[in-house]
Every structure is written in C-alpha cells, then in structure tokens.
Design a protein around this ligand. Structure first.
Ligand SMILES: Nc1ncnc2c1ncn2[C@@H]1O[C@H](COP(=O)(O)OP(=O)(O)OP(=O)(O)O)[C@@H](O)[C@H]1O
Length: 471
C-alpha cells in the first residue's frame, strides 16, 4: 500500500482518453501533491470503481462513449450524494454546464481552462470534502463520547473533562493533512499533544521539532529550509533543512508567536504552496509534511497589533487545540503528583516516597504558572532530596509561597469581588466568608487554609472558634 496518500479519500478521473488520464494525474501530483488517484477510461466501469474504493471526488468527462457524463453524474448523485463531482468538457457548452450544475455537479470546467483555475477548483472541492468528512467524524466521536485509540493518549495523564474533549477532537483531525495550532500556557503539554497528533496520523516519517523563539530570519530560513553549498560565506557544505527531514512526517514549530514578520512570509509560502527555497537555490522544492505550530501567546491579539500576519493566522487556525492551564484542572493534580513521584523514583532508582495527604490539597491551591512542567520539576526535586519516611512538603511549600498569591490577585483584578446589586457585607462578615472559602479550598486542613489566608494556624483556629455565624 502507498504511504502518505493525499487526499485521504480517492479521486476518480473518468475520461475515455487514456492519454488525458495519464497527463492529468501527473499534473495533479506535480502541482498539488495529489497522489490518491484512480483512473477509468471506460464509463461502464465507473460505478463499479466507485463502489469498491473510498472515492470522495470524481472528475468526470462530459462527452464519452457508452455512458455520457451527465448520465453518470445523475447516478453518482443519486447513489453517493456525499461525493463531489467536477465536470470536465472539451467544449465550452454553457447549456450543458447549467444542466450539470442543476443535476448536482460541484463545478464545471472546460479542459482548456487556465490550469491554475482548474487546480484551484479541485483544491476547493477537496477542502469541502475534507471538512464534510471531518464534521461527520467529529459528530460520531462526540455522540459516542469514546476514544478509538485510548492507548495513544496514555502518556498524558488526565481525568479532566475539557482535556477529554481535546482528545476526541484530536482523534477526529489527526488523519487529515491540515495544519494545527496548539495554544496554552507554557508547560501545559503542547509538545506532548503534537506528538500524539503525529502518532495518530499514521505518517511514517518522524515528528521533527523546531523551536523558533529567538531565531532571526536568516537562522530561521537556514534551519528550516537548509542551504546549498556556498550559499553564504562559511557554507562549505550543503545542509538539509528541518522541513526536508520532516518530509512524509510532521514538523512541529514551537513558540510561533515569536516569529519575525519576514520569517512569517516564508512560512506562509510553505503552508500555501507546499514549496520552499533552500538558501542559495532558485529552484523551489516541494514537501509533504504536516505542520503543527504552538504558542503560549495570544495570536489573535498579535494579529490585531500587526505583529502577526493575519493571512498566516487564518492558515494556521484551521484546527485549533487549546490546552487549559493546570490550575483549571484541579482534579488532575493528585493524579499527576502520583505519576511524577513514581517517574522520578524510577529515574533516580529509589523507592517511590509516600506523599502526605495534604500535599495534593496544598498544590490544588497553587496557581502553577509553569503548569505541568513545574509540577514535574517539583516532584523530581522533592524525590531527589528525600531521605526516607513520608515525603517532605518543604520543596512544594517554598514554590507555593514564592509565586502563588501574586498571580491569583492579578488574575482577579478586573472583576469585582461582590455583585453591584447586593449590599456589601460588613468587614466582620467578609472575614468569615474568607475563612470559610479558605477552609473549603484547603479541604478542611487548617495549616493550608491559614497559609492561603496569610495568617498563622493558631490565629485561624481562634477565628474559627470565635465566629459569629455558623459556617
Ligand atoms: N497531562 C500530562 N501528563 C503527563 N505529562 C505531561 C502532561 N502534560 C505535560 N506533561 C509533561 O510536562 C512537560 C512539559 O510539557 P510540554 O513540553 O509538552 O509543554 P509545552 O506546553 O509544549 O511547553 P512550552 O510552551 O514551554 O514549550 C513534558 O515533560 C511533558 O511530557
């Protein structure tokens, strides 16, 4: 079986001229990289080919012996309404064109039409078909609620609902070729998700990762596109670009929000045309790599302030995956804590220490600016310092004290604490509400609640005893 077929469904060319079928197949492969093509030069066999293969688009000659194009069109529309049919005619027959469109053809072209227009029409039909298949797949997954390949996600520890929806979405888009934009704060698992998308895609070549932060335009082009020998002083050997290494696989570009405007133009060309120029070369090279990009920045805002090209943004956000920060998936924290303690113990070749029960509660009240990566680092630090008994919370407490409250306060600065239409509580009532909230968040643990409130544990205990209203 051929690998990396594009598009994922077959395209059937039906024409009685075998030489046209050959040259047209070649044109599609050379200009758009279409290599999933079936040909048929006998109209009587066309329906049989459609029944036996996974056809999503038919390019159909109007004038053929045995069965005419119009007759075949009616049969396809009736039996396979999901297949797009583009009619091709040697003559410019307006009336026939109108009839075909009325019968349900997707488009109609004269064979002598400008090649670019014809190819654009085919690309449009492929895109429509891909979107239809994707919607169908998403609906199916959404209603079943189940994952087809749960094993693909086993390195991503979660029980969070929004992450599970992300998994379902990923399954539905992993097989097509469209670019994917992954957004989320630093350390939320964007690269890990890119790896899953690649694994699920079935692409045989590897996932090639490139971080574009801090690369000027020359370095970006050289790293991504490679260079010819002698392209610039010091280029004494040719260098293969990352994009070529990703041919037949996936290219993951991290920190895409940092890309300079001049590099954005080059990336756009690659995304639009599937072509690029190695440094020092005037001949474009074609590549078949799926491109996944990631950023922790708000690309929509960057696009508004002019630092990110709008056309590039729209190209990239065809599929968008947003990963929630760890502080919004609290139920994952105990799971990840156990997972990373075990992993750290494995790597450091020690027994996995037992974590005190209140540790997960403490961490669930921390804002984790570094997300999962930060939790992972804390666990490794704690396990490497561990000398027996129950795991000490000191490493974790230090982290929580240093960054925690500042972030929590700044995040809530814009919203009012109390609704405008209700009278304000008194200071005494406010303090009691705050104590209740801290005790709730700390799962009843006074030591953690007092830390959240910024008071000592005895002071909290005193407040709890002397409260005026029952909690
Ligand atoms: N849900 C998870 N379960 C297990 N490990 C995870 C999970 N999420 C992230 N990780 C791990 O956390 C670390 C950071 O993840 P990753 O590099 O994918 O984040 P990122 O969002 O790409 O970060 P950055 O924006 O800084 O590039 C990796 O070691 C990854 O394997």
């Amino acid at each position: 079986m051929r690998e990396n077929l594009y598009p994922s469904f077959g395209i059937l060319l039906i024409d009685d001229e075998a030489s046209f079928l050959r040259s047209f197949s070649l044109l599609l492969e050379m200009t758009v990289g279409i290599n999933h093509v079936y040909t048929c030069d006998d109209s009587r066999q066309a329906m049989d080919l459609i029944e036996k293969n996974d056809i999503g688009l038919v390019l159909l000659d109007v004038n053929m012996p045995y069965l005419s194009g119009e007759l075949l069109l009616s049969a396809i529309v009736e039996r396979h309404p999901d297949i797009n049919v583009i009619m091709l005619s040697g003559l410019n027959q307006l009336e026939t064109a109108m009839d075909c469109i009325r019968l349900g053809a997707f488009d109609y072209f004269v064979k002598t039409t400008d090649q670019v227009r014809l190819v654009d029409g085919i690309k449009r039909a492929i895109k429509m078909q891909e979107m239809r298949l994707e919607n169908q797949e998403m609906r199916r997954l959404f209603f079943s609620g189940a994952l087809q390949n749960p094993e693909a996600f086993e390195d991503i520890v979660t029980q969070d609902k929004s992450m599970k929806l992300v998994f379902q979405y990923i399954e539905s888009i992993s097989k097509n070729n469209r670019h994917v934009l992954i957004t989320g704060e630093s350390g939320t698992g964007k690269e890990a998700i890119a790896q899953v998308i690649h694994n699920l895609s079935g692409r045989k070549a590897p996932l090639i990762c490139m971080n574009v932060a801090g690369l000027d335009d020359t370095l970006f082009s050289d790293t991504l596109f490679g260079h010819h020998r002698g392209a610039f002083s010091g280029a004494d050997k040719a260098r293969l670009g990352m994009i070529e290494q990703a041919n037949g696989g996936t290219l993951f570009l991290d920190e895409i929000g940092d890309l300079s405007l001049s590099s954005q133009v080059k990336l756009l060309r690659l995304l639009q045309e599937g072509e690029y120029y190695p440094l020092g070369s005037d001949t474009p090279k074609r590549v078949n790599a799926r491109i996944i990009v990631a950023t922790h920045q708000d690309l929509e805002a960057k696009q508004m302030d002019g630092s990110f090209r709008r056309d590039l943004y729209y190209r990239l956000c065809m599929h968008q995956v947003e990963l929630p920060p760890l502080r919004k998936r609290l139920a994952d924290i105990p799971l990840l804590l156990e997972f990373f303690l075990e992993k750290a113990a494995d790597e450091l070749e020690v027994n996995k220490p037992t974590a005190p029960k209140e540790l997960a509660v403490l961490l669930q009240n921390y804002s984790f600016p570094g997300n999962v990566r930060e939790l992972q680092a804390l666990c490794f630090d704690a396990v490497s310092r561990h000398r027996g008994g129950v795991l000490s919370m000191s490493v974790f407490k230090r982290a929580c004290e240093s960054a925690d409250t500042k972030i929590a306060v700044s995040e809530n600065q814009t919203s009012s604490l109390y609704p405008n239409d209700l009278p304000l509580p008194t200071l005494q009532e406010s303090a009691e509400l705050l104590v209740d909230e801290a005790m709730r968040r700390a799962n009843g643990n006074q030591s953690i609640a007092s830390r959240l409130l910024g008071i000592s544990q005895p002071a909290l205990s005193k407040r709890l005893k002397s409260r005026t209203t029952p909690s």
